[in-house]
Ligand binder design. Sequence first.
Ligand SMILES: *[C@@H]1O[C@H](CO)[C@@H](O)[C@H](O)[C@H]1NC(C)=O
Ligand SMILES: *[C@@H]1O[C@H](CO)[C@@H](O)[C@H](O)[C@H]1NC(C)=O
Ligand SMILES: *[C@@H]1O[C@H](CO)[C@@H](O)[C@H](O)[C@H]1NC(C)=O
Ligand SMILES: *[C@@H]1O[C@H](CO)[C@@H](O)[C@H](O)[C@H]1NC(C)=O
Length: 348
Amino acid sequence: MLSKIITASAALTSLVSALPTEKRQNIDTTVLQFALTLEHLENVFYKQAIQKFSQQDFMKAGYSADYYNDLKYIAYDEQQHVLALSAALTAAGVTPNQACQYSFPYTDVPSFITLSSVLEDVGTSAYLGGAGLITSKAYLTVAGSILATEARHTAFQRTAIGEVPMPNPFQTPLDPTSVYTLAAMFITSCPTTNTPLPFTPFPALATDTKTCTCEEPQCGMPSAYIKARDRKNDNWGKEHGWGSTWDPNSSKSCMPPTAGTQVMFTANGTIKANSYVTFVNGLNVVSVAGKIDGMNISAAVPSQAMGQTYVFVTSKNENGTLTAADVEYGPAVLEVAPPAPAIDFSES
Ligand SMILES: *[C@@H]1O[C@H](CO)[C@@H](O)[C@H](O)[C@H]1NC(C)=O
Ligand SMILES: *[C@@H]1O[C@H](CO)[C@@H](O)[C@H](O)[C@H]1NC(C)=O
Ligand SMILES: *[C@@H]1O[C@H](CO)[C@@H](O)[C@H](O)[C@H]1NC(C)=O
Ligand SMILES: *[C@@H]1O[C@H](CO)[C@@H](O)[C@H](O)[C@H]1NC(C)=O
């Protein structure tokens, strides 16, 4: 599997370096402009949330003053990323695109944090997927530098909502069209002076809304770690009607799917017979024959999926490599609870 991906990216690299220098710079500045599009989105996302919710709002929802302060560091990071990418584009003689108008579907503190955890993981995967396309080593270092920061944001927000912060030994690389498909859902309009990106979103696919997203025992409550840092005599559970101890049978508790769980997805159109559900996660691409019912398709989550997983409806079995031409709908975002870590102490 790993060798397949390495071969694929080596083939891509040799393809790119065969291009004249001018074309190569074009690819690099397109990747930078694309990264800037995501950073603008994140920058506005955090600024709006910090303006909308006060520290008091976060504390009422069970989050500490430290949590709120750390959130401001994330907002600052995104602002710096916008400035750095804009400066890099200007230096390369390209006009950096401006921020667009966005609509983010969160309604309260927990739904904001959940959306943040999803967006940060998508951002991290976007830089990883973009890395294979960048030809300049200097730009690659900048992209790697931002990638590591986005990964920290992801782990922080996953922890905050009771998800395993590092559910997979391998981050998922995601291609620009898939990333753009996910980002475009939040963009309502852009300045007409912006240079359009050369990507067309795939038709949409949504995960069944009844599918749960948090995976630790305190699921549905802010992570014990976040609370423990400065909350004593915690009454949060009682105040929110959960009693003093967490009841795993409560209607508010749920566990996300694990390997083997049947999950349903709804497409923006009728699904063709013999389509597959293709799960992209870590360095794995696994197709499962789907059970189709009109616009709905379901399949059992494969054992390779752990953590934030990207799900496509494809016309073919994509095992190993996802081919854009085979994508009918997607990606949908699916959180998969990782199995307990099996540590082999004989390995040294
Ligand atoms: C959903 O399908 C309609 C009709 O085909 C199309 O106009 C629209 O752009 C699609 N939306 C998404 C998000 O794919
Ligand atoms: C949850 O439900 C299961 C099955 O009905 C039961 O065995 C268990 O005791 C319940 N746990 C609690 C904490 O109520
Ligand atoms: C793809 O590979 C997995 C094993 O990694 C296998 O279980 C599955 O059946 C394969 N899919 C198809 C459509 O052959
Ligand atoms: C598809 O799923 C949606 C959402 O759960 C449901 O409302 C609809 O009835 C389903 N359609 C079919 C054909 O099962």
